[in-house]
Write a protein that binds this ligand. Structure first.
Ligand code: PLP
Length: 351
């Protein structure tokens, strides 16, 4: 009888959250709909797309538009089916079976997940009590364990905290034999990007997703930026047609519109600030939770009653994310934020 092997026997498919929700604040997506003013262009693009043909395997137009946005060359950019696919490719490409890679705890869970699928060995570096990162300790642990790859998000999902540029450089410069994968999924909402410096290092890959600030989670587009030799290795390993023609076409058109993207980012940042200030006020009044300083489009609330509040909101048709002892809630529109705060207040009154 055929038996599933040990690494997958107990795996369950990733289920974000099931049920019908009138308000979704659980996946850090942009709350803004795709810009209407591009509708005609997209329709025209759809008509021109040859669906019977394979997509451009290099996603050249798309990589060019992304590179232009950040002042890079397209040869330093490779596109993925979301950053998620790129994380999977990086772990499978730059690590041999059984080699050590390191992640922080807490951080984005997919880093662990793909590592285990490719049978690399994960070293977990604990963050400080307040979820900040001790970079000296991290360097020591990586050196002691001969870590081949250090992968982390900055700003961090799920903690919403950021590590300053100098600290990130400290890691890159003191771990020159280690590949540093810097996932800047939320960097549009902060100021400490290393994108301008990426080519100054031969051991750095920066990941960017179009799913958060750029509001295209539904079409799955992400990028890896690095030295040409590293980018070429990723291109050689990825499946040839990883990104479909329609996603390539739509993302290219939006990435060319810097004005729209910057405006959307500013709006989301303003909504996050409003949400942060509102929960901060509740924190002072009620001491039900502690709010972390956010550098992202979401707030993280440390809270003993996290599970209970999550359940309560779920029953009111509002989805947020619960991680045991804390909640992660992304900024929504005014109406969504207000509905959320209204229900948190109701919970507090009833508690
Ligand atoms: C959301 C997120 C991603 C996933 O991005 P996709 O492009 O949608 O796959 C990657 N890294 C972090 C830290 C994220 O929060």
């Amino acid at each position: 009888m055929y038996k599933l092997n040990s690494k997958i026997r107990d795996l369950l498919p990733y289920e974000p959250i099931s049920g019908d929700f009138k308000i979704r604040l659980d996946a850090n997506e942009s709350y803004l709909p795709f810009p209407k003013e591009l509708s005609d262009e997209i329709k025209l693009g759809l008509e021109k797309t040859q669906i019977n043909r394979y997509p451009d395997s290099k996603a050249l137009e798309l990589c060019k538009s992304f590179a232009d946005f950040y002042g890079l060359n397209a040869e330093n950019v490779v596109a993925g089916n979301g950053s998620d696919e790129l994380i999977s490719i990086l772990v499978s490409t730059f690590l041999l079976k059984g080699e050590n890679y390191a992640v922080f705890s807490k951080d984005f869970s997919m880093y662990n997940f793909y590592g285990s699928i490719y049978e690399a060995n994960c070293i977990t570096i604990e963050k400080n009590e307040d979820w900040t990162i001790d970079v000296k300790k991290a360097v020591e642990i990586c050196k002691e364990n001969g870590v081949k790859m250090l992968i982390f998000s900055n700003p961090c999902n799920p903690t919403s905290l950021g590590l300053g540029r100098e600290d990130v450089k400290f890691l890159i410069e003191n771990l020159s034999d280690t590949l540093i994968v810097l996932d800047e999924a939320y960097m549009e909402f902060w100021t400490q990007s290393l994108m301008e410096d990426v080519l100054n290092y031969d051991n750095l890959i920066i990941l960017k997703t179009c799913s958060k600030a750029f509001g295209m989670a539904g079409i799955r587009v992400g990028f890896a930026v690095s030295q040409k030799n590293i980018v070429d290795a990723i291109k050689a390993v990825k499946s040839p047609y990883n990104l479909n023609s329609i996603s390539q076409m739509i993302a290219t058109k939006l990435l060319l519109r810097k004005d729209i993207l910057l405006d959307a980012t500013a709006k989301i940042t303003a909504q996050t600030e409003k949400l942060y200030n509102a929960v901060k006020l509740l924190e002072k009044e009620k001491s039900l939770f502690t709010v972390l300083e956010t550098k992202t489009n979401f707030v993280a609330l440390k809270c003993d009653k996290a599970k209970e509040i999550w359940e309560y909101l779920k029953n009111k048709g509002i989805a947020v994310r619960c991680f045991g002892d804390f909640l992660r809630i992304n900024a929504g529109s005014d109406e969504e934020n207000e509905a959320l705060l209204y229900e948190i207040n109701n919970y507090i009154k009833g508690a």
